[in-house]
Design a protein around this ligand. Sequence first.
Ligand SMILES: *[C@@H]1O[C@H](CO)[C@@H](O)[C@H](O)[C@H]1NC(C)=O
Ligand SMILES: *[C@@H]1O[C@H](CO)[C@@H](O)[C@H](O)[C@H]1NC(C)=O
Ligand SMILES: *[C@@H]1O[C@H](CO)[C@@H](O)[C@H](O)[C@H]1NC(C)=O
Ligand SMILES: *[C@@H]1O[C@H](CO)[C@@H](O)[C@H](O)[C@H]1NC(C)=O
Ligand SMILES: *[C@@H]1O[C@H](CO)[C@@H](O)[C@H](O)[C@H]1NC(C)=O
Ligand SMILES: *[C@@H]1O[C@H](CO)[C@@H](O)[C@H](O)[C@H]1NC(C)=O
Ligand SMILES: *[C@@H]1O[C@H](CO)[C@@H](O)[C@H](O)[C@H]1NC(C)=O
Ligand SMILES: [Cu+2]
Length: 611
Amino acid sequence: MYFQQIASTWLLAFASSSAETIPWDHTAWGERGPVSQTLQARQATIIVSPSSTSTRVPDSACTNGPLTRSCWSNGYNVATDFDNKWPTTGRTVSYSLEITNGTCNPDGHGERVCLLFNNQFPGPVITANWGDRLSITVKNSMQANGTGVHWHGIRQLNTVTEDGVGGITECPLAPGDTKTYNFQASQFGTTWYHSHWSSQYGDGAFGALVINGPASANYDFDLGPYVLNDFYYPTAFQLGAIAHQNLQSGRPPPPADNIIINGTNKNAAGGGAYGRVKLQKGKKYRLRLINASTDNSIRVSLDNHPFNVISSDLIPIKPYVMNWVLLVVGQRYDVIITANQTADNYWFRAEVVNACASANNFYGRSTFRYEGASNSDPTTSAATTPVGCADESRLVPWVPNQVSSEQFLQQVGNLQVNLAREQVTTNGQNIVVWAVNLTAINVDWDMPTLEYIKQGNTSYPRTFNLIEFPVENTWSYWIIQETPGTPVPIPHPIHLHGHDFYVLGAGTGIFDINNTPSTLKYNNPPRRDTAMLPGGGWLAIAFPMDNPGAWLMHCHIAWHVAEGLAVQFLESKSRIKLPDAAWEQTCSKWNIYAKNPGWSKSDSGLKLVRD
Ligand SMILES: *[C@@H]1O[C@H](CO)[C@@H](O)[C@H](O)[C@H]1NC(C)=O
Ligand SMILES: *[C@@H]1O[C@H](CO)[C@@H](O)[C@H](O)[C@H]1NC(C)=O
Ligand SMILES: *[C@@H]1O[C@H](CO)[C@@H](O)[C@H](O)[C@H]1NC(C)=O
Ligand SMILES: *[C@@H]1O[C@H](CO)[C@@H](O)[C@H](O)[C@H]1NC(C)=O
Ligand SMILES: *[C@@H]1O[C@H](CO)[C@@H](O)[C@H](O)[C@H]1NC(C)=O
Ligand SMILES: *[C@@H]1O[C@H](CO)[C@@H](O)[C@H](O)[C@H]1NC(C)=O
Ligand SMILES: *[C@@H]1O[C@H](CO)[C@@H](O)[C@H](O)[C@H]1NC(C)=O
Ligand SMILES: [Cu+2]
């Protein structure tokens, strides 16, 4: 079996010599862009002071409308601390998603095999209101794969069984099986759902999830989600195998072939079609940007129309203006554009960010057309493009929160990210993997973590990369550190399930435990569910341990999580809501199917196949 943990003595020996023993072609990665540009500290330094012009009236009753977007209903508004309080509407919004093995051709390059929800690329938009329950029935109609759907960024407070991670929170759905996911939307804003099973989302199994709620700035119309994703002509399973081969010889994964914007774009040879968004002069529009990439970080802009950024992931922020917004995989920004230019056509641009070690053979374009403008492509030019791969640094949450610094030094944990070698027991070969603290995660689809909890079995395999929190209701702090001297100092977008986290800081080089803690930002730091670990550097995060469950934290680059870059946090074990009979049914059906599936699991199980 792959990912077999080898003797720790060997690992220790390896740890000290990894830089020498792992082949790495720096030139090849360098071609993807000046990685050194990413070596810049990006700790937020803004001190929050309440804005005298804001419409913020905590929890007063007011109605949401074009001029009162901060309001919601019944005393809930944008200033509500949604960690502690959210509406319960009593309404359940139901959807059915059927995942099939079909074809797609979003850019006119040609039909290819795609794994699609309801035969759409991207999948259907799921919409609910803040406080609604969602009831989403997923049917696996593929012949030859399991599946499971993750609702990215949804807190899943006390509902860990609905998180959709095969091998951790559920058994995968066997072909023919269905599962109804049921959870409450305790937050509001823009997010997405995707298959979390192997590399399926790279083949199209993703879609937008919009939770209507208040906002930190006013607008007239909601244009809805705008999903951006990198696109490859081979399938994700084929690419995963190539990415794995490349990793063995120290080369980067293959570049993407295109960037698709809300399901469409032209291709490098000219076929396909640009998407079109219509604008009315004088109106303000909300646009919900979602990065559903497999590997590419994307920077987006609309010519002549600066973005007023109002939220990052599911967190409303103090609005600020930017010409370009960088979206790393999994991130979302909601922006408002003001249609106050000459009635004309304008390019929307989505550029791959080489500084994030991303590469693509083409670029994303769509057009925004004012009412009355001609029926032709735009001739507008772009605002100056920024450099680097740092996350947006001006993210000030609307609801200010303080992270306690008192326990930092006692509680902080260190997670080292690096390549490692592991032994494949089937043939005794050593392979290169992405590891956290020298172990690449490898989940067990037949025996998910929650089954261990239910059985009271604490003999978790080492390769579960399971970290149990001994205490509850206190802060958890983590330094995610790229191992000094790593042969691959590239940025990784780190995503946590079951929580938002606070980004206390990030920087280059080694986190200095003697001096850096006092420089971290504890007063209303940026808060989100996906943040960039700088290449060769560190990322310091904190979150309150207030949600019982087993929560995955992983790199959102599909190839990297498939190669093992993940851990799971086991939190408040005694209070986890245990799996019920329906959950066990999924496992029974899976275990029958898995006896003779016609393939063998060859990756971490979280994203991608490894041959
Ligand atoms: C999709 O169909 C192709 C062609 O029939 C088949 O080879 C492949 O295994 C199928 N994939 C899944 C996930 O069912
Ligand atoms: C899933 O389906 C793809 C083809 O669509 C196949 O290559 C792969 O082996 C299947 N199984 C797993 C575990 O990935
Ligand atoms: C993107 O596509 C979805 C689904 O068709 C649609 O609801 C949404 O309005 C589109 N976004 C924009 C900005 O046009
Ligand atoms: C999405 O994230 C990936 C990986 O971080 C990045 O390369 C890409 O540029 C992002 N896309 C957008 C549209 O921001
Ligand atoms: C258009 O709106 C933007 C954003 O509100 C503003 O910064 C800019 O000054 C306006 N331009 C004109 C020509 O009114
Ligand atoms: C990970 O490894 C680092 C460095 O050896 C160590 O300090 C840390 O405690 C380990 N973290 C966990 C959660 O085991
Ligand atoms: C606990 O799990 C381990 C690892 O899967 C297994 O070997 C062991 O038999 C289990 N123990 C019990 C009591 O079921
Ligand atoms: Cu990564």
